[in-house]
Design a protein around this ligand. Sequence first.
Ligand code: SF4
Length: 285
Amino acid sequence: MSDGPQRITPEVAAIAAEAARHLGWLLDAGVREVPHPAVAPIAPPRAPDRAAPPEPAPPGPVAAPTHPVRATPGRRAQEGKGHALTDKGCGSPALLAVREEMGECTRCKLAPGRTNLVFGVGNPGAELAFVGEGPGADEDAQGEPFVGRAGQLLTRMIEAMGYRREEVYIANVVKCRPPGNRNPEPDEIEACEPFLRAQLAAIGPKVIVALGKFAAQTLLRNTTPITRLRGRWSEYQGVRLMPTFHPAYLLRSPEEKKKAWEDLQMVMVALGKRATRAPRDGGTP
Ligand code: SF4
């Protein structure tokens, strides 16, 4: 056997790059200690195109939906029409029922401008759900929430909490892209939010994280600035809700990552995860 230098395989390089991105987020957030690998399992490397992986089976029983969804799930999908349990964000009969109720939705004026209706993605029995505002250009093109640069940062935030992206659920207040990335308007929210409520009822998370001012204000029905909402527990439909900064804002204002990380650590504690310690000086590297 040769004693020469070992070649780094593409798989090892991909794992190293993923680990570097993960540690980069932690450093940006001011973290100096990370949980032992036994506490935070190592995620398998993702395919480079970040295509949606198969969704895992729910870890426990799925909460019964408390919404007035009437569609019968599965039948059309089994016949090769409509939607299926394997479609993005539809991984349980209750979620599929919500998706089938939406159909090719034209309930508001955002419908004509969409490429894809961005329903959601993730574990149908997730204990942790993230809710953003609405799809952007990348999300509209791919039919999945949070897949652009902000989405990559959200993935690192999720992984820093000790989860894989596939283990949580991610959705938006509105499912179709507002033109020019403007904020959704009240009539659009009114038309679409019942589906978010039904989605969350179907998932039954223990905690919801509202990402950014718009999602937090919409879910909490107030106009309080995100700087005052973040870091404080509230409630949405009987579920504990933690508002924090939107990943897109954190990309523009990386100095705020430390505060976002403090918010996420409160969520981790609430979910029985081990929090990591911030530096004593409270600064960011
Ligand atoms: Fe329907 Fe919601 Fe899209 Fe409006 S934003 S068309 S209510 S899915």
